[in-house]
Write a protein that binds this ligand. Structure first.
Ligand SMILES: [Zn+2]
Length: 888
């Protein structure tokens, strides 16, 4: 634990000494026996001084005689490692190294002089003596740093990394390290998890601190000693919540690897991730491997392919990635287990068999291999890559480094190279980010999942700006679900959560340069970030350090598997997918808002020909901020509250009647507000919105659903301040269908949404019922405005008959159903479709006109060119129809 957390007297505080040490943290040096020799004694002395209870003991930790002896022994051991045979060659090398170590060896007597001055004034030396001694220690560290750069070019190839137990050379160094383990020094550079009371998470993030959670409103931050010092300078005192487990107490450098039962590091030739994948490839014909590039430190970035080895444009790509953030080990376990699951012997699992043959499935188990390996050797909670950055800092947050929204603001990422959310000097500055982006260009995924830990969330785009919604939101919700029916249940024993909350990513916090935003903007990819596990077990925080337990990791995998399989299966046609996990599907028209503007999503191909009426036609724009691939959002010009409205797209019209609407205006009556007040600070429309900071509830009057309407939507604008890190503050929307006697929840909101955005829920089976909606906050500040209850009328055809033109709902056809508005008025007839070889593939009789659907899925219609012929009365119309759907 860094001494700053123990409330030492600031007068005799010790600086870190190593902040300017470029050699100490140099990637090329880490893992070398020699590196440990050079820095071990100094770091050990510093550790000892840090633990000392008095000024005298601190000074004694840097005892000159012992330091000199340790250094001479270090020089000997470096020479012995280079020239194993004792003799003139080794003596010559020792002499040369001793000469090169001259500045270090002369810094030691200078330190001794300064120490003598401090000792002579007891335990309360004057400021001058103390700062002179600090300066002398710093000079020693700096000399050691320069010494490393002098000798490093001559050291030759790196000694092979030994595992499970230190080698003889390392043992010699440990022995040389003046009474304390040289390995203890490594703890100094490590990250710890701290609570930071009295400051908002937003303020911490705005200063580049890595906020990873929140407990009772108190931010949890992962920070290294330098970051803790920066916090202290601002008067923010961190208290250690959890000291890092393995490898914190282990060693300096990569001499040994942390011992794990289940987790695999990257490099281990027997148990590592690469070794595991190699053995899968060797033993399983379904598994092949591709290197998508190399990392900064030269590690191959491996992408595993399951299924046919070739990459077919007929098969949609589905991509799984893990461990953008080095410390999130459970994410890599998820990916490895998914490889194993999908590579099951054919005949064992029919669903897997067909998916594996009909998709191109890619799995990148470690997106950040250098950082990942570093968490096994040096710093369990390391997050970033390991490339050198300005000012001696290391690493970039890959999930802030993508080319979309890069550097949009300093809250969603940091420009400070020492920050754990450092975005890098330029977009895609990291080779690992570029490798991933290049892979996408070659294999654009229809769906991708980037596994992270932890928080128990299923996040999707957009992430950079509060209040924005993807135009593909209905498809995201079909797959990920809602808080009512999430795609991922959390069955881990003692977890703080029972499901992962599916939500737009900014409900956790805003980020920029993030992966989901990039993939969806660039390739229309439906891209998800599961933040796996709640981070708690039996109320005990473990955060990123998910248990090294087969049972628990398998449970984590089992919980996340159904969503992964849905992602693969839906990739053929996400718009048409009916999820067997969430039981949601995507409606053709989703009404998002009635007032102050009418907003609705429609199938993307039909957006430009759509229309909105309330009841007269309104002009509208297509929301271009969120260019959906499957659905597009229409936003109509502002209109006074309508009593009915309709949205037409692709020849079909969805009709809605407004049964009730309330926006907290003074003239509105009938709603019962309990602790909800009319707030004029924020309003979406009119003067007021409803707001509560203290609980209570807001209840609608009884609303009667007409006998001809089965389905009802509740649509409203809302903002709220729960927490992205906790399911505890939340808002319930409860519905009574018996006039207010009994209620059940139909919607659950959680997270942080400081700006108004529209929410909606659609409920069937409401014919003739007497509804009461009740908004109940649970520890959540909550604003509501323009709350509308809307019934769905019959879907009608808006196409005028007798047009004499055969015009399908889309051509080329991207969706599973194409509609032909009947062009012959009341005349009966039929429609037929022939493939290019003249074979009849579809025929249907038409007796009632309207919109005639052709279900391409039901007919297993392949991509290609078809001739469609409509015959009515004595007339015949022909059309060449192109079918170009994704995948098989
Ligand atoms: Zn992460």
């Amino acid at each position: 634990m860094p001494e700053r957390l123990r409330g030492d007297s600031p007068d005799y505080a010790m600086p870190e000494f190593t902040r300017a040490s470029r050699a100490l943290a140099s990637a090329s040096g880490l893992g070398r026996v020699e590196h440990t020799s050079v820095f071990g004694p100094l770091l050990a002395a510093r550790k000892l001084a840090e633990q000392a209870g008095s000024v005298r003991a601190r000074v004694a930790a840097f005892d000159a005689a012992r330091l000199k002896r340790a250094w001479l022994e270090s020089v000997e051991s470096i020479a012995a490692a280079r020239v194993p045979k004792a003799g003139p060659d080794r003596r010559a090398l020792t002499a040369r190294l001793t000469e090169q170590a001259g500045p270090v060896l002369s810094a030691i007597p200078a330190l001794e002089l300064a120490a003598e001055r401090v000792r002579s004034s007891g335990d309360t030396p004057d400021a001058d003596s103390w700062s002179a001694w600090i300066a002398a220690v710093q000079a020693l560290f700096d000399a050691a740093d320069r010494f490393w750069f002098t000798i490093e070019p001559e050291l030759g190839p790196r000694a092979p990394v030994k595992r499970k137990g230190r080698g003889a050379a390392a043992r010699a160094i440990a022995a040389a390290a003046i009474g304390v383990s040289a390995l203890a020094g490594a703890a100094q550079a490590q990250h710890v998890t701290v609570r930071v009371p009295g400051v908002a998470a937003e303020s911490l993030r705005a200063r580049g601190f890595d906020v990873v959670g929140s407990e009772g409103g108190v931010p949890i931050v992962v920070a290294d000693p330098a970051q803790l010092a920066k916090m202290e300078l601002r008067g923010w005192h961190g208290t250690v919540l959890r000291a890092p487990s393995a490898p914190a107490a282990s060693r300096l450098g990569a001499q040994t690897i942390v011992s794990t039962q289940i987790y695999r590091d990257y490099d281990d030739p027997v148990r590592g991730v690469r070794a595991f994948v190699d053995s899968m490839v060797k033993n399983n014909p379904l598994v092949s491997v591709d290197t998508i590039g190399v990392s900064f430190q030269g590690r191959p970035m491996i992408a595993v392919k399951i299924g046919p080895k070739d990459d077919s444009p007929q098969r949609p790509n589905v991509l799984f990635m893990a461990t953008y953030h080095a410390r999130e080990w459970a994410a890599t376990e998820m990916a490895l287990r998914l490889i194993k699951y999908l590579a099951v012997a054919p005949g064992t699992n029919p669903r897997v068999d067909s998916l594996v043959q009909a998709r191109d499935i890619w799995i990148l188990p470690v997106a950040n291999p250098d950082g990942y390996e570093y968490t096994f050797t040096n710093d369990r909670l390391w997050r970033k890559t390991r490339s050198p950055q300005p000012g001696g800092a290391f690493g970039v947050d890959m999930n802030r480094n993508h080319r979309q929204n890069w550097g949009l603001d300093d809250v969603g990422s940091s420009s400070d190279p020492t920050s754990d959310i450092y975005r890098g000097p330029s977009p895609a500055s990291e080779i690992e980010t570029r490798n991933i982006e290049t892979f996408h260009a070659a294999h654009p995924p229809v769906i991708s999942i980037s596994y992270h830990t932890y928080s128990g969330l299923l996040l999707f785009s957009p992430s950079a700006v509060y209040g924005q919604l993807s135009a593909d939101l209905p498809v995201y919700r079909t797959l990920a679900g809602t808080n009512q029916r999430s795609a991922v249940k959390d069955n881990l024993p003692g977890s703080a959560r029972s499901f992962y909350s599916p939500n737009t990513a900014w409900t956790l916090y805003t980020t920029n340069g993030e992966y989901n935003d990039w993939a969806s903007a660039k390739y229309g990819t439906l891209s998800f970030t599961p933040e796996m596990s709640s981070g708690y077990q039996n109320s005990v925080y473990y955060g990123f350090e998910f248990a090294d337990s087969e049972t628990q990791l398998q449970q984590l995998f089992n919980d996340n598997l159904p969503f992964a399989l849905d992602a693969i299966e839906s990739a053929r046609d996400p718009f048409a997918y009916v999820s067997p996990t969430t039981f949601y599907h995507t409606d053709r028209v989703v009404l998002e808002s009635v007032s102050p503007t009418i907003r609705a999503t429609v199938p993307a191909a039909m957006a430009s020909g759509a229309s909105i009426s309330a009841p007269n036609p309104l002009s509208f724009r297509i929301d271009s901020l969120a260019a959906g691939k499957y659905t597009r959002r229409l936003v109509a010009a502002p209109v006074t509250r309508p009593t009915s409205l309709s949205v037409s797209a692709g020849g079909q019209t969805a009709n809605f009647s407004v049964l009730g609407i309330n926006g907290a205006e003074l003239a509105e009556t009938g709603w019962t507000a309990n602790q909800f007040t009319r707030d004029s600070t924020f309003a979406m429309a009119g003067k007021y919105s409803w707001f509560t900071s203290s609980g209570g509830d807001l209840k609608s009057p009884v609303i009667a659903v007409p006998a001809d309407a089965d389905t009802v939507s509740l649509v409203f604008w809302t903002r709220y301040a729960g927490s992205g890190f906790s399911e505890l503050p939340h808002g319930d929307v409860n519905l009574s269908i018996d006039g207010g006697t009994t209620f059940q929840r139909v919607m659950l909101l959680e997270g942080y949404a400081p700006l108004f955005y529209p929410e909606q829920v659609t409920i069937g089976g409401m014919k003739g019922k007497h509804l009461v909606f009740d908004f109940v906050p649970n520890g959540m500040l909550w604003s509501l405005d323009e709350i509308a209850v809307v019934s769905h009328g019959a879907v009608t055809s808006t196409v005028t008959s007798n047009t004499g033109v055969l015009r399908p709902s889309e051509n080329p056809v991207h969706h599973s159903v194409v509609y032909f508005p009947w062009p012959f008025g009341t005349a009966t007839g039929d429609i037929q479709a022939y493939d290019f070889s003249g074979r009849l593939v579809w025929k249907t009789s038409v007796t009632a006109g309207g919109n005639v659907p052709w279900d391409l899925n039901a007919g297993r219609v392949a991509n290609g060119v078809y001739v469609v012929i409509a015959r009515g009365g004595t007339r015949t119309l022909r059309l060449k129809l192109f079918v170009v759907r994704n995948g098989s």
